[in-house]
Design a protein around this ligand. Structure first.
Ligand code: PAF
Length: 283
């Protein structure tokens, strides 16, 4: 596995890669979810590259940039074991040189939900992902559905900019009890880890209720109440949205997704679930 630290080295290495390339952009602190992306990349291309970069541009002033978990040695071992061919670990000044003044903003899909709760977050994500895609020139790039809105923003950005890459979303990987894997789960105390399960459970229950024809507003209100009952202190949103536009839905349609973001202690968790339209859904 080639470990690359500068853009010059990356350019040389990229020219030497034969066949097709899959890219897995990450912020490190890798878990099974990331490794699934690498495996999926391996199935879709001749070579697999990963990037590890904790992107300062996507963190707000009061967010967890300084405490975001960093475990470079362990991450490199995991990627090597997974058969990754190349890892690029850029530094902030390589991606954001002095005087850096260009950001990519995506209207529409980035505006609601985390776009409202985390102003500037998606411009930071779209900018860094555009830069990583341009520098690595992959044929395919893989992202987890766990960050469902992020995936929609990246798809829109890559399509709008005409980047010659296929963006692939990979289903969320969960612990055996249902909690979605996230690098931020490391912040949870054992008690909070137990309470966190209320998030996937609330989404599952709401999905069942909506699929069975119960009013959307009631299902969402019950999901929020369940989160508060289980120790979540702040709910940014629990919403039923159109799976493509991410616009809120009051009446079920064919392609729907439940999205949620809520805080437990000082840890903000997000999750999402596809909702199967039931016979009562009207569409
Ligand atoms: O999902 C992440 O880990 C990050 O948001 C990404 C896509 C690597 C951009 O920094």
């Amino acid at each position: 596995m080639q470990i690359i630290r500068s853009i010059a080295e990356l350019r040389t290495a990229r020219r030497g890669l034969e066949g097709t390339l899959a890219l897995v952009p990450t912020m490190g602190a890798l878990h099974e979810g990331h490794l699934t992306l690498v495996r999926e990349g391996r199935a879709r291309a001749t070579q697999v590259a990963a990037t590890i970069f904790v992107n300062p541009l996507q963190f707000g002033p009061n967010e967890d940039l300084s405490r975001y978990p960093r475990q470079e040695e362990q991450d490199l071992q995991l990627l090597e074991r997974e058969g990754c061919d190349l890892v690029w670990l850029p530094t902030p000044d390589q991606l954001y040189p002095p005087g850096f003044a260009t950001t990519v903003t995506v209207a529409g899909v980035s505006e609601r939900w985390d776009g409202e709760a985390r102003p500037g977050h998606f411009a930071g994500v779209a900018t860094v992902v555009a830069k990583l895609l341009i520098a690595c020139a992959p044929d395919v790039a893989l992202f987890g559905e766990k960050d469902f809105q992020q995936l929609a923003v990246i798809r829109r950005m890559a399509g709008d900019l005409g980047l010659p890459v296929e963006i692939v979303g990979v289903p969320t990987v969960r612990d055996a009890d249902g909690l979605a894997l996230s690098s931020r789960n490391a912040y949870l105390s054992p008690e909070q880890r137990r309470q966190a399960l209320a998030l996937p459970r609330a989404l599952e229950q709401a999905a069942e209720q909506i699929g069975a024809g119960q009013p959307v507003a009631t299902a969402l209100a019950e999901a929020k109440a369940a989160l508060i009952d289980n120790g979540f202190t702040r709910i940014d949103y629990v919403a039923l949205v159109d799976g493509d536009s991410l616009e809120p839905l009051e009446i079920p349609c064919r392609n729907m997704r439940l999205l949620a973001a809520a805080t437990l202690g000082t840890t903000r968790l997000i999750d999402n679930l596809a909702v199967a339209a039931g016979s009562h859904s009207g569409g």
